[in-house]
Ligand binder design. Structure first.
Ligand code: SIN
Length: 275
C-alpha cells in the first residue's frame, strides 16, 4: 500500500516502523485507519512519538482495531487495572517494585485460547538516566531463518502455553492454559510464524520431556538472536503498538530504583492460532 496520510520509517530490516504525521488524540479517518493497519501488518510493531493520549484515546484507538481484551493474568501479574478502565493495565515500576511486566521473551498471554491480536503501550515517565528499552523480535524472520528440515520437523508439533509459568506468584488464581501449533500462520498476512515463547510455553505435547526441553531451549535461543530484533528507546508519550501474532518482546529492567510508568491496552484476536 502507498502511505499517503501517514509517514512510515522502518526501524530495522525485519521489524518495526516509526509513524509520523498523525495525531492520535483525534478520531482516525477511514484512510488513516487503513494505512495504520497496513503498517502494523507489514512491520509487526509501529511506534509513535509525542502522543499525549489518555485512557479514553487509548481505548478508542484499540477499538478501531478489535474488541478490547481483558488481561487473563489475575493477581499474579506485575501490572494493575486502571481505576474505571478494566481493560487498561497500569505498568508502573519504581524502587519498591519486586519485578516488572515482560522481562522475558514472550508474546502477550499466549496461554489464552485466543491470545490478544495486538497491544498498545504508552509510557508517560521514563527513567532520567535512560534504560527501560523494549526489545522486539520478528517471529516471521526467526521462522524463515530455520532450515527447511527444521521447519518440516516443527510443522506438525503443538505446544502447551501456561499462564502459571509467567504469572503464578503463589496466589490461588487458576491461570489459563492452551495448546497452539509450534508454527502458526498469521491469519491476515498468511506468513508462517515461530510461535513458542520462553514466557509461557511449557512443553511440546508430541515429544518426551527431555526432547521437548532441548528443542524449546534451542528455539528460545533462536528467537533471542539479534538478527531479527530491534531495540526501542522510549521517550515520554511514546507508544509501541505491536502485532502479538508475529512478534515477541522483552522489557529490560535496568533502571531500578528509577521510575518507568505507562499503560497498555490490548485488543482481541478473531481466531485461534492455527497452521
Ligand atoms: C509487556 O510485556 O507488555 C511490557 C513491555 C514493556 O514494558 O516494555
Amino acid at each position: 500500500m502507498n502511505f499517503e496520510e501517514i509517514s512510515v520509517t522502518p526501524s530495522s530490516p525485519h521489524v518495526g516502523a516509526e509513524i509520523d504525521n498523525i495525531d492520535l488524540t483525534r478520531p482516525l479517518s477511514d484512510r488513516q485507519l487503513k494505512e495504520l493497519r497496513a503498517a502494523f501488518l507489514k512491520y509487526g510493531v509501529i511506534f509513535f512519538r509525542e502522543q499525549d493520549i489518555g485512557f479514553e484515546h487509548q481505548m478508542a484507538l484499540a477499538e478501531r482495531f478489535g474488541h478490547v481484551h481483558i488481561h487473563v493474568g489475575g493477581e499474579g501479574t506485575a501490572s494493575k487495572p486502571a481505576p474505571g478502565y478494566p481493560a487498561i493495565r497500569l505498568q508502573h515500576f519504581d524502587k519498591d517494585s519486586k519485578r516488572i511486566s515482560g522481562e522475558v521473551w514472550h508474546s502477550d498471554q499466549s496461554c489464552a485460547e485466543i491470545p490478544p491480536a495486538g497491544s498498545i503501550l504508552q509510557q508517560k515517565i521514563i527513567p532520567p538516566d535512560g534504560g527501560g528499552d523494549t526489545l522486539f523480535a520478528s517471529c516471521y524472520a526467526a521462522y524463515d531463518a530455520l532450515s527447511p528440515q527444521m521447519q518440516a520437523f516443527l510443522e506438525p508439533l503443538s505446544a502447551e502455553h501456561d499462564g502459571a509459568k509467567l504469572f503464578d506468584r503463589g496466589t490461588k488464581t487458576v491461570y489459563p492454559k492452551a495448546v497452539h501449533p509450534v508454527i502458526t500462520r498469521h491469519p491476515e498476512t498468511g506468513r508462517k510464524v515461530l510461535f513458542v515463547n520462553a514466557g509461557f510455553t511449557t512443553r511440546i505435547v508430541d515429544l518426551p520431556k527431555d526432547e521437548s526441553e532441548a528443542i524449546l531451549n534451542y528455539l528460545y535461543a533462536h528467537i533471542a538472536k539479534p538478527h531479527w530484533q530491534m531495540r526501542f528507546r522510549w521517550r515520554p508519550n511514546s507508544i509501541a503498538f505491536w502485532d502479538n501474532r508475529c512478534t515477541q518482546h522483552f522489557a529490560i529492567w535496568d533502571y531500578w530504583p528509577n521510575v518507568r510508568s505507562g499503560y497498555r491496552v490490548q485488543f482481541e484476536g478473531a481466531v485461534r492460532p492455527d497452521r
